[in-house]
Design a protein around this ligand. Structure first.
Ligand SMILES: Cc1cc2nc3c(=O)[nH]c(=O)nc-3n(C[C@H](O)[C@H](O)[C@H](O)COP(=O)(O)O)c2cc1C
Length: 176
């Protein structure tokens, strides 16, 4: 299986740690993986021109082209973000908006999706998870499992054995 993980944190922190650990497990199980750190990519804002509706292509040429190509050949896509006001981070939202070039096509339909969030508190996290699941549904993708972990400081999850165990348990689910 080809697994791609999209990391929406603007810092080297919890979200990145979770993905690196999950991908390490996936590789150990013989899967091919790719980690995309959006903070290191050049991705311009969607201009709302809807040119993609007419031509099937985006007039902006940047790192989004390669990420989309990778997603198209993946079997499992992981969308992971810190919880920012019960939604994804800004860079993750810019990324999702640019996926509009695939809207209305079947290029992502049927692909397995896993949604991961990190946040300070659990109370309202479901709203954040639902927002990403709803985007994935718009592209006909199948949500297979979601994970939410508590963390605020950049190393909160890495230094919490209970959280690390939850990641390992989750790896077994999404790789099964
Ligand atoms: C702009 C901003 C908004 C945030 N909003 C929330 C929030 O609404 N709920 C929450 O639980 N945590 C919130 N947080 C805390 C982050 O989700 C938390 O620090 C998380 O661990 C960041 O993940 P990272 O280490 O992968 O960057 C916010 C943090 C920032 C910087």
């Amino acid at each position: 299986m080809d697994v791609i993980a999209i990391c929406g944190s603007p810092r080297k922190g919890n979200t990145e740690f979770i993905l690196k650990r999950l991908l390490m497990k996936a590789e150990g199980a013989g899967h091919k993986t790719e980690l995309v750190l959006l903070r290191e990519k050049k991705i311009g804002y969607c201009m709302g021109c809807l040119g993609c509706d007419k031509s099937g292509a985006c007039p902006i040429s940047d790192d989004m082209d390669a990420i989309i190509a990778s997603m198209e050949k993946s079997d499992l896509i992981i969308f992971a973000s810190p919880n920012y006001y019960n939604n994804v981070s800004g860079i993750m939202k810019v990324f999702f908006d640019r996926m509009n070039v695939l809207y209305g096509t079947d290029k992502l339909s049927g692909k397995k999706v896993s949604v991961i969030f990190v946040g300070e508190e659990v109370k309202t996290i479901q709203k954040a998870i639902l927002s990403v699941e709803s985007i994935a549904n718009s592209f006909g993708m199948d949500i297979v499992c979601s994970l939410y972990l508590n963390g605020k400081g950049p190393r909160d999850i890495e230094t919490n054995p209970e959280s690390v165990q939850k990641i390992d348990d989750f790896a077994k689910i999404f790789l099964s």
